[in-house]
Design a protein around this ligand. Structure first.
Ligand SMILES: Cc1cc2nc3c(=O)[nH]c(=O)nc-3n(C[C@H](O)[C@H](O)[C@H](O)COP(=O)(O)OP(=O)(O)OC[C@H]3O[C@@H](n4cnc5c(N)ncnc54)[C@H](O)[C@@H]3O)c2cc1C
Length: 381
């Protein structure tokens, strides 16, 4: 049973609110943090419909990534080289900002480097990646995104401590890293709370408020109504409920194995245009992906896992990664917000509401900067 708030609680959390941010993932909390830094006296309230954030920020795989060559080759079928380079630049910039704001220790940041793998039946895709690699490295250098060549070919036999089967080609990305998503989020929340941000879990915005002349927005939430001068929608995949043509949900599934009795390679690993990804965490395999098998079935906001994809992931672990007798200890899913464009949707609409949504599979790298830019958009007027 949800109890009505006391007057004191209402006054403290909602009354005279300057900014209301809907969604307490990386983007929502980053927006709150940067706004609070600029306006220390402002009352900022962050609404979160779940008891804990229930989209992607606590449920992701913790890859601090830029995009693998195979994934970029696929992106180039739909977008220009310039747009693709701009996206990689945004990820690099976002990651640098994240590390600056939080510090590597708070993130449990591991600058381990990353690999993209091509197995023997993927020779055609490997050739495409090899064709693109020099041009991509050169374009990134020319655009000043990196000062050294980012991607380099590694002979499968030089990959350390791996049991991979039928590996044909590996491409190493020196700048890739891994982090702990929960540590990231907790550190961000801690910073926000220390600046007086009001975090309200278990409170969902139920309808999209319209601007009322000079009075801001009247927000109706689970059992609470209040006015706010500014409004930011940071609901990522859930923006689909309000903008069905611009944001689509994409469920992503992950498994973690029982501890493995074998030597494990360090690094982040990508496969099949970035759809599959894995790394080893505390002696266990963390493996996600398989969404390409049935994208339509995964375009939903239902927080469960499917037998089809979990079976695919287990088979992949056994047949490609050479992990015999894989025991799964844990499975979960989360929601990405995707759309035709790979860039997030960051804009002020005609009602003055700021949308900072559609972070795709790259929110770890992009989220902090998108939050910073959303805060700046709010402060424009
Ligand atoms: C399984 C999985 C693995 C991933 N792996 C990686 C990875 O390794 N690297 C990477 O860079 N990215 C990864 N991503 C993507 C990344 O996690 C996201 O891009 C990022 O977390 C998005 O952050 P966000 O703040 O925009 O959205 P979210 O974290 O989804 O936050 C939106 C919040 O809004 C809340 N909300 C929604 N509607 C309402 C409402 N009406 N009222 C109040 N609150 C509401 C939701 O509960 C949610 O907590 C992964 C995603 C998933 C699902």
């Amino acid at each position: 049973m949800s109890m009505p708030l006391s007057w004191w609680e209402y006054q403290d959390a909602y009354h005279n609110s300057e900014l209301c941010i809907v969604g307490a993932g990386i983007v929502g909390l980053s927006t709150a943090l940067f706004y609070a830094q600029q306006r220390p006296k402002a009352k900022i309230v962050v609404l979160e419909s779940g008891n804990r954030p229930s989209g992607a920020s606590l449920r992701n795989a913790g890859f601090a990534c830029f995009g693998s060559v195979g994934e970029i080759a696929d992106d180039l079928k739909h977008s220009s080289l310039e747009a693709t380079i701009a996206l990689i630049a945004a990820r690099r910039q976002g990651l640098a900002l994240l590390r600056k704001v939080q510090g590597d220790k708070a993130l449990s940041f591991d600058a381990c480097g990353g690999y993209e793998l091509f197995f023997s039946e993927e020779k055609e895709a490997a050739e495409q990646a090899l064709d693109l690699l020099p041009k991509l490295n050169q374009s990134l250098l020319e655009a000043g995104v990196f000062t050294k060549e980012l991607y380099r070919i590694v002979r499968p036999s030089n990959l350390p401590q791996n049991s991979f089967k039928g590996l044909h080609l590996a491409i190493f990305h020196a700048e890739e890293a891994a982090l702990n998503p929960v540590h990231l989020w907790q550190s961000l929340l801690h910073k926000c709370l220390s600046l007086g941000v009001r975090y309200q879990p278990g409170v969902a915005l139920t309808a999209l408020p319209e601007a009322e002349d000079g009075k801001g927005y009247l927000c109706s939430c689970s059992g609470v109504e209040f006015r706010t001068r500014r409004l930011v929608m940071a609901t990522n995949a859930f923006a689909h409920y309000f903008l069905p043509n611009q944001v689509q949900p994409a469920r992503a599934q992950v498994l973690v194995s029982a501890p493995l009795a074998m030597d494990l390679p360090r690094g982040t690993f990508h496969h099949h245009k970035g759809y599959n990804y894995f790394r080893f965490v505390e002696g266990r395999l963390l493996l996600g992906g398989g969404r390409h098998l049935n994208p339509q079935a995964e375009a939903k906001l239902e927080a469960n896992t499917s037998e089809e994809i979990q079976h695919y992931l287990q088979t992949f672990a056994q047949e490609k990664l050479g992990i015999d007798g894989l025991q799964v200890a844990h499975r979960w899913s989360g929601f990405m917000g995707v759309g035709k464009a790979k860039m997030p949707k960051l804009e002020k609409d005609t009602e003055g509401r700021v949308w900072a949504v559609r972070l795709g599979g790259m929110g770890v790298a992009l989220g902090t900067e998108i939050g910073q830019r959303a805060a700046a958009l709010c402060l424009e007027d």
